[in-house]
Design a protein around this ligand. Structure first.
Ligand code: URA
Length: 253
């Protein structure tokens, strides 16, 4: 190699970002391999079996929460649900925690994820109108006129898909603890996913309007407000269920 070629090569390397020579003399790495073959790679070891049961872990964390703020903190710290990775906020609850009526919806949508509150989008406006018709509002100070609102899952499933059965199962202990700590007189299960999580049943068109018992309290499956937006004719059934709820509140002081 003549001087000019060597200089051109060096300049080319500098242009590529080479800033340092590692050794004074060049090393032929291929020859090195031939001369001193590396020991055979160790046989891959099986990965240690993970002993974490996400449902048991959720039950442990939820059970340790002594009040609602502690439960909100435990839920936000729960690491085993993939949903959390795609969400902006952990949506815990809204309304008056002392309310006689607690509503369980499905999960946050886009607006709920952005604002960190349940039912604040289009379905939420419908929900507010429905309950206003029987004199209940999420921010009413008096427990008998108030609502407390949460969801089966606190993180928005990406693309607004339904939560999977596994996701529902691992978040259920938090939901059940939420009910225990809020101590509502009555529960409303909004739509199929809430019924699936809480009752282990789907089929809201059959279940709606039929009172159930959940953790010792009456629970009413109702049509989801988003369903009512798509099927306005079903508002008649929703109205019948709202009247049933109002009657139950009067019966049960
Ligand atoms: N739908 C739900 O079920 N929950 C929300 O928070 C919003 C929409």
């Amino acid at each position: 190699m003549d001087w000019h070629l060597a200089k051109a090569l060096l300049e080319w390397q500098v242009e590529l970002g080479v800033t340092e020579a590692m050794t004074d003399a060049p090393i032929d790495r291929f020859a090195e391999v031939d001369e001193a073959p590396r020991p055979a790679a160790a046989a891959p070891q099986p990965a240690p079996a993970t002993s974490i049961d996400p449902v048991a872990e959720a039950a442990r964390m939820a059970g340790a929460a002594a009040d609602l703020p502690a439960l909100a903190e435990a839920l936000a710290a729960y690491p085993h649900c993939e949903l959390r990775k795609g969400a902006r906020n952990c949506v815990f609850a809204d309304g008056n925690p002392a309310a006689r009526v607690m509503i369980i919806g499905e999960g946050p949508g886009r607006e709920e994820d952005q604002r960190g509150l349940p039912f604040v989008g289009q379905a939420g406006r419908m929900l507010d109108q429905m309950f206003a018709a029987i004199g209940l509002a999420r921010n009413a100070p008096a427990p008998e006129s108030a609502l407390y609102i949460t969801n089966t899952v606190p993180w928005r499933p990406t693309g607004n898909r339904e939560p999977t059965p596994e996701e529902l199962a691992m978040l259920r202990p938090f939901l059940m603890r939420h009910v225990e700590l809020a101590e509502p007189d009555l529960l409303v299960l909004m739509g199929n996913v809430a019924c699936q999580s809480v009752l282990g049943q789907r089929g809201i068109l059959k279940l709606r309007g039929q009172w159930q018992t959940v953790l010792g309290r009456p629970a009413l499956p109702m049509l989801h407000p988003a369903y009512l937006i798509r099927n306005p004719d079903a508002k008649r059934e929703a109205w019948a269920d709202l009247l049933s709820l109002k009657a139950r509140l009067r019966e049960q002081p």
